[in-house]
Design a protein around this ligand. Structure first.
Ligand code: ARG
Length: 463
């Protein structure tokens, strides 16, 4: 019956049965019960301090909220769709338990500032958790990079062999992406850490509230400056969905590489059995399901971002019920991203790296051609000419089914008088990577330096 609802006073007919379900958000926002209770505690204390509620009422409310939190945690207080959302489930139960004091809790408050506050608090916690997951994955990548500072693989552009790189260097590229991801989450967290409480439905309240007190108690940096904005702003949801999407895209790119590397055509790596599955018909198959799923889930996470951008784009100020859809999208993005980060961090230490095959692949495809051009430049030849000489050398090698470093004096002389065996014979993938020994370069020494710096940073951040 609508009459039984917390908002039922002006209603004469009961709510439609399906509408009751369609309208409810408890299945999604029930997860925010801790934050809802924390918000209510802060609000009640503030009302007491300001003389808006009596000390006795506040005492009862606080005790009642403590009992409720315990009961919910123990599963002794199941939520009901009839009470629509987490805010009304908790308020109604509180009133059932403590009577009139519970009915006074909603003074100077609306579900609109309440939900905005709860969601910010909940997502703040999720951001802190995701930061730990990001660091854990970075640690796994750095550890692996350290083991493979000297492991040589082909570096690709256009997915064609380009130049040799170290596998450790390749892995550290993802550590850098994750650094920026962590930065995006941290930026969004700093921006959203303002308290909507006290904005009430949209315009503020007639009671002499202390918004600084509630903001402080809940760990916010300040109260939101404009009540209309405070209840209708979902920028933080969009920013976090964007941060989740970009991070997922990074993991998806890595997934794509891991999948390619594990194929019979590459055979660069093998994933541990515990992270793969077989085929129900092809007995030989071992499939890289985990990276495939990570790549697949990325679509869903991006979908959440697009959905919320579309939802918010048409909303007039201030609160609109459309906003209720935000939590499903952003909670799901965090859940999925957390799973993706976790599965990669768990899987990487067991990844087998086929150094011999990687080395062979790095040595093919004329990957040392740029270094030969550089050798000609060092002999005083302009780079564009050097480029042409090496281009003709490659063509010659293809024709004679040989490699650049195997070209003899006659072959060199036939191409250009300035090309010498001293230049070609020195070409090796080891020399190629070792020579790129500057900040950001692929040399084993650089990889080791980077790994050491990262290990120190990650240990400090984890402390
Ligand atoms: N369940 C609602 C939501 O998630 C809470 C706010 C409801 N406010 C309202 N005026 N109906 O958005």
């Amino acid at each position: 019956m609508s009459k039984d609802k917390l908002w039922g006073g002006r209603f004469n007919a009961p709510i439609n049965e399906f509408v009751e379900q369609f309208n409810a958000s408890i299945d999604v926002d029930g997860r925010m019960y801790r934050e809802d209770i924390a918000g209510s505690r802060a609000h009640a204390r503030m009302l007491g301090q300001q003389g808006i509620l009596s000390d006795a009422d506040v005492k009862q409310i606080l005790a009642g909220l403590n009992d409720m939190e315990k009961a919910i945690e123990e599963g002794a207080l199941p939520f009901t769709v009839a009470l629509e959302d987490v805010h009304m489930n908790i308020e109604a139960r509180l009133t059932e338990n403590i009577g009139d004091a519970g009915k006074r809790l909603h003074t100077a408050r609306s579900r609109n500032d309440q939900v905005a506050t709860d969601t910010r608090l909940f997502l703040r916690r999720r951001v802190d958790e995701i930061q730990i997951r990001i660091r854990t994955l970075q640690t796994a990548l750095v550890n692996l990079a350290q083991c493979h500072a000297d492991t040589i693989m082909p570096g690709f552009t256009h997915l064609q062999t380009a130049q040799p790189v170290t596998f450790g260097h390749h892995l550290l590229a993802y550590v850098e992406m994750l650094r920026r991801d962590a930065g995006r989450f941290a930026d969004a967290r700093a921006r959203m850490n303002q308290c909507p409480l006290g904005s009430a439905a949209l315009a503020g309240t007639t009671f002499p509230i202390d918004r600084h007190a509630t903001a402080r108690e809940l760990g916010f940096d300040a109260p939101c400056a404009n009540s209309l904005d405070a209840v209708s702003d979902r920028d933080f949801v969009l920013e976090l969905l964007a941060a989740c999407s970009i991070c997922a895209v990074h993991l998806s790119r890595f997934s794509e590489e891991v999948i390619l590397w594990m194929s019979a055509q590459f055979r660069f790596i093998d994933l541990p059995d515990a992270f793969c599955t077989g085929s129900s018909i092809m007995p030989q198959k071992k499939n890289p399901d985990m990276p495939e799923l990570v790549r697949g889930k990325t679509g869903g996470i991006i979908g959440g971002l697009v959905a919320m951008l579309c939802t918010v784009k048409a909303l007039p100020l201030a609160y609109n019920k459309d906003m209720q859809e935000d939590k499903g999208a952003v909670f799901d993005a965090f859940d999925q991203l957390e799973g993706c980060l976790r599965v990669f961090a768990d899987m990487l230490p067991g990844m087998k790296v086929n150094k011999v095959i990687m080395h062979k692949a790095a040595s093919s495809g004329f990957s040392t051609a740029t270094d030969l051009a550089d050798a000609l430049v060092r002999a005083g030849i302009p780079f564009r000419e050097a480029h042409d000489i090496v281009g003709r050398s490659v063509s010659w090698c293809i024709e004679h089914d040989t490699e650049l470093h195997q070209m003899d004096a006659a072959a060199c002389a036939a191409i250009d008088a300035r090309l010498t065996v001293a230049m070609t014979s020195q070409l090796s993938v080891e020399a190629c990577v070792a020579a790129r020994n500057h900040i950001g370069g692929t040399a084993p020494d650089q990889v080791r330096t980077q790994c050491a710096a990262w290990t120190q940073k990650l240990e400090a951040d984890n402390a």
